[in-house]
Design a protein around this ligand. Structure first.
Ligand SMILES: NC(=O)c1ccc[n+]([C@@H]2O[C@H](COP(=O)([O-])OP(=O)(O)OC[C@H]3O[C@@H](n4cnc5c(N)ncnc54)[C@H](OP(=O)(O)O)[C@@H]3O)[C@@H](O)[C@H]2O)c1
Length: 265
């Protein structure tokens, strides 16, 4: 069995980047993978790679903003050892006030969209029998190191990831008493289509495979917060501790440059 003891795993945003790499890392004989995305062709490619590694794969195309579709997907999956709410979008403000529709959409996908699968999974997992690791089920939300800093170039992105990270960690404190664990995955920069157009330095840039392995190792150790790489995480925590007024005097580059959307880690 590949990383972790989990027999049945569901992943949103599995058609690309980090989600597809998580699926590939988990793919092994004896494991059932429920993979979702919106782009059917890309999702089929990701699913095929997992089948080639011996996993049983079930694909589903839907938008995580569709709460009913998310609930139906979780219900149809049956008992889940692990749900990874990974689907997300990113855009920057280009140094200006972020457009209203962009801010609303980022929150709808990254925050409400993650809750749309996490909440039904949490309810279902509480009724499941414990697995080999003594846990009834695990929910991992994909936040970011951006959760720890209010970057002026990406207000909605940072805020959506902060909310997700706080929700998962706070809920874990009580849900674990009933046998369900929640985890906040907080990666730094990963080389995926999301960051492909970034024109600024991305310290500690990881391959999707490296990021997936680190995330799954943290989950297997039961860490409520899985944040990596350490230097970037510590830098984000330090920046997040600065007085907020200092953010407005950051160099213009750090506030997002040009009209092209900026994409944060
Ligand atoms: N890349 C980084 O540096 C980095 C760092 C930290 C955290 N993250 C987080 O990691 C997650 C994956 O990002 P990535 O870098 O792998 O980006 P990506 O390659 O752009 O993949 C994003 C995934 O999310 C799915 N998705 C987007 N909007 C959706 C929606 N409304 N409904 C359903 N699925 C939707 C996409 O599906 P389709 O393509 O099929 O539409 C795709 O599978 C995101 O939550 C991101 O914020 C990324």
């Amino acid at each position: 069995m590949a990383t972790g003891p989990w027999r049945s795993v569901a992943i949103t945003g599995a058609s690309s980047g980090f989600g597809a790499a998580l699926a590939r890392e988990l793919a092994a004989p004896g494991r059932v993978l429920h993979l979702s995305g919106r782009d059917a062709t890309r999702l089929a490619g990701a699913a095929e790679a997992c089948r080639a590694a011996g996993a049983e794969v079930r694909e589903a195309c839907f938008d995580v903003r569709d709460a009913a579709a998310c609930e139906a997907w979780v219900a149809a999956a049956g008992p889940l050892a692990l749900l990874i709410a990974n689907a997300g979008v990113s855009a920057g403000s280009g140094g200006a006030v972020e457009p209203a529709d962009q801010a609303r959409d980022i929150f709808a996908v990254n925050l409400t969209g993650a809750l749309n699968t996490a909440l039904p999974a949490l309810a279902a997992m509480r009724l499941q029998p414990p697995g080999p690791d003594g846990v009834r089920g695990r929910i991992a939300v994909v936040a970011s190191v951006a959760a720890f800093v209010a970057a002026p170039g990406a207000p909605a992105y940072c805020a959506s990831k902060a909310a997700l990270q706080r929700w998962a960690e706070a809920t874990d404190a009580t849900a674990r008493r009933g046998g369900v664990r929640l985890h906040a995955l907080c990666p730094g920069y990963i080389s995926t289509p999301m960051t492909a157009g970034n024109d600024f330095p991305m310290p500690g840039l990881m391959t999707p495979e490296d990021a997936a392995r680190r995330a799954l190792a943290g989950l297997a150790r039961g860490k409520p917060r899985v944040a990596f790489p350490l230097p970037l995480y510590l830098a984000a925590r330090l920046a997040g501790a600065l007085p907020p007024r200092w953010l407005s005097v950051l160099p213009s580059k750090a506030q997002g440059s040009g009209p092209r959307p900026r994409r944060e880690a």
